[in-house]
Design a protein around this ligand. Structure first.
Ligand code: ADE
Ligand code: ZN
Length: 321
């Protein structure tokens, strides 16, 4: 089976439910309503998903919690054939502008990533991802922390959270700090809102790639620009179907994107929230579009092209694809 590249995976959103349960029990945290019947996490709609996400994230508080989380998440990725992952990490969730706490956090998740690499060979980097609904001031703090930490695995700045609030231009100062500090840039757009939201994010934030970006399918001129500027879309079909952006897998725009020549890859976003993993994504895409080895190999090459790792890492990964 083709090796897989995962560019869009939120570390807390990927927390294995068994680990979350164990931590909650150890800490005496009430988990009523946290878990769904199928074994994942419970939520009802996009707003409630963001709330449920924060509740799970809050379970992970100490460096040891975060070390365990990083190792568990990356081992899980490797078990589904992923050879390289870019994890969205959030200083908003763990350090709130405190550089010492952020450095401790990075040391802990790096230790976890190294343990996962020793066990499975998986490579990983981190994207410092600020939370849109916490506002532009917090984003500036997050960008400053991400640049100042000067950590080899922190390769980019991202923007997640509630796309329906604020305007991308509000976050331009944060993204400017990150760009000047040498970080690559990505942002969630075109997930909960339409094509205009993708265009506005590209205009204001000078993105290297877009997380989701799927509603760009509604706007041919924007699609032409995405092609022209070679913007990579890190799409998450299972997440979009679960959250209701598209009614089913066959309606997901990854197929028309790829038919048009847009560089678009497959990631899982927050697997236990959306009853997915990389193997399920591939199975569902095969069922929906008849894709096989050739299509998935091309997707992995595009993902590597859109990855934020250095050229040496890209060459080593390319040799494994
Ligand atoms: N944070 C984690 N997953 C997210 C998603 N799909 N959209 C916005 N923010 C998120
Ligand atoms: Zn996401």
């Amino acid at each position: 089976m083709t090796a897989k590249i995962e560019l869009h995976l939120h570390i807390e959103g990927a927390a294995p439910p068994a680990l979350a349960r164990e931590l909650a029990a150890r800490k005496g945290v009430d988990t009523s309503g946290m878990f769904a019947e199928g074994g994942g996490y419970a939520w009802t709609d996009f707003t409630d998903f963001l709330r449920a996400y924060d509740r799970v994230a809050a379970l992970f508080a100490t460096p040891e919690d975060h070390r365990q989380l990083a190792e568990a998440v990356l081992r899980e990725c490797a078990a589904h054939g992923v050879i390289y992952a870019e994890l969205a990490i959030s200083s908003d969730h763990v350090a709130e502008g405190d550089s010492v706490r952020f450095a401790e956090y990075l040391a802990a998740i790096t230790e976890g990533a190294e343990a996962a690499r020793a066990a499975t060979g998986i490579e990983a980097n981190f994207i410092a991802t600020t939370i849109r609904h916490l506002g532009p001031d917090r984003a500036v703090h997050a960008a400053r922390l991400a640049v100042a930490c000067d950590h080899p695995r922190v390769v980019g700045l991202g923007l997640a959270g509630d796309e329906r609030v604020f305007h991308p231009a509000d976050f331009a100062p944060a993204f400017e700090i990150a760009r000047e500090g040498g970080l690559k840039l990505t942002a969630h757009a075109g997930e909960a809102c339409g094509a205009d939201s993708v265009r506005a994010a590209m205009d204001a934030l000078k993105l290297d790639r877009v997380d989701h970006g799927v509603r760009a399918i509604e706007d041919p001129a924007l699609l032409a620009r995405i092609l022209d500027e070679r913007i990579h879309l890190a799409t998450c079909p299972g997440s979009n179907v679960a959250l209701g952006s598209f009614p089913d897998w066959r309606s997901h725009p990854i197929a028309p994107f790829r038919a048009l020549g847009v560089s678009a890859s497959v990631s899982t976003d927050d697997p236990p929230f959306f009853a997915t993993d990389m193997d399920r994504e591939y199975v569902e895409l095969t069922a929906a579009f008849g894709w096989g080895e050739a299509e998935f190999a091309a997707i992995a090459r595009d993902a590597l092209d859109g990855a934020f790792c250095d050229a040496g890492t890209k060459a080593a990964l390319a040799a494994k694809l």
